[in-house]
Design a protein around this ligand. Structure first.
Ligand code: AKB
Length: 317
């Protein structure tokens, strides 16, 4: 049977690649977003223009799609969330509640949720284990912890089967959306496009990152894992690689001749980065559902540069 998937925030950086991956696997995909369908998303993907803060609209869209799984991605990211904390609360907290309630009411069997390293706060061991006290310093992090806990609650009540992965900073040949990890992605995209990029962080900043194909594998992997293997657990750390910002700059400079990467830290964004883990311990995900990323920094760099050049040539970046 073809799996029917419904994606919130489908027009974002993760959403467009998730759509392509699910379609390649033969799934029927419904995309939803507050924005119109991006020009890069195939017209055969049914598009629901929905604001996740509108509970009735979310329910109507999910009712009409009748999905087997909802991938809930819609969110305001960390830097955007610190600029507009009230909006961040509304989209991330109320939006997640609306999506979970619609899934309960429409009996959607599974929900897969994009959580984040931002759910953690400072002062934790390195690497950060799967289960630790969650004391995030950003509104984005607070709402993501609440999303994880709400999902666990819905699962315990038998209202849906919720799973989530804590994503590191994600890098793809795509447009990011006001994250604090975006300095790494911009070193590649602006480095290639303009020949220079001024990063808003210190060169010794260090947080976990992941190449998008691994992130998509992780999200689909946790969504499709048999519940018997997960036990009662709903949320998983997944780790990619953790270079210093200066190491990113060196790798980009080696791969893109003539590029100039400089650093001019922005205090409030640097404080966010300093409050996040330097790396995650993902042994639980490896044991429970065979999580195994394919890309390190060098393999990603080799793969992404031609993709960025192609997208630039098509005017898509
Ligand atoms: C952000 O920077 O806000 C996101 C994240 C790490 O979740 N990319």
């Amino acid at each position: 049977m073809t799996t029917r998937a419904f994606i919130t925030g489908a027009g974002g950086q993760v959403g467009v690649d998730l759509i392509a991956a699910l379609r390649e696997r033969g799934c029927e995909v419904h995309g939803s977003d507050i924005a119109d369908r991006p020009s890069t998303v195939d017209a055969s993907v049914r598009w629901h223009k929905v604001d996740v803060t509108d509970a009735a609209a979310v329910r109507r869209a999910i009712q009409s799609a009748r999905p087997d799984v909802v991938y809930h991605l819609a969110a305001i990211l960390s830097s955007g969330g610190e600029e507009k904390p009230q909006l961040c609360y509304l989209v991330n907290q109320t939006g997640t509640w609306n999506v979970l309630e619609a899934c309960r009411e429409e009996k959607v069997p599974r929900v897969a949720f994009a959580s984040t390293i931002a759910a953690f706060g400072p002062g934790l061991p390195d690497p950060v284990p799967n289960e630790v006290p969650m004391r995030p310093r950003t509104m984005y992090g607070v709402t993501k912890v609440a999303g994880e806990l709400l999902g666990e609650y819905y699962t315990a009540r038998g209202w849906t089967d919720f799973r989530s992965v804590r994503f590191p900073g994600l890098i793809s040949a795509g447009k990011p959306g006001q994250g604090t990890s975006d300095y790494a992605l911009y070193m590649y995209t602006d480095g290639i496009k303009f020949g220079r990029y001024e990063a808003f962080c210190r060169p010794d900043s260090k947080i976990p990152f992941m190449y998008m194909p691994d992130a998509i594998d992780g999200l689909i992997g946790v969504a499709e894992a048999p519940r018997e293997r997960l036990g009662k657990r709903c949320t998983y750390n997944i780790q990619g690689f953790s270079p210093l910002a200066s190491e990113f700059a060196e790798v980009v400079a080696a791969a893109v001749p003539g590029v100039k990467i400089t650093f001019k830290p922005v205090e409030w964004r640097q404080a966010i980065l300093d409050s996040w883990p330097r790396s995650l311990d993902d042994t639980v995900a490896r044991a429970d559902w065979d999580w195994c990323p394919k890309y390190g920094l060098d393999a990603m760099t080799k793969d992404i540069i031609p993709k960025i050049r192609e997208k630039l040539a098509r005017g898509e970046l």
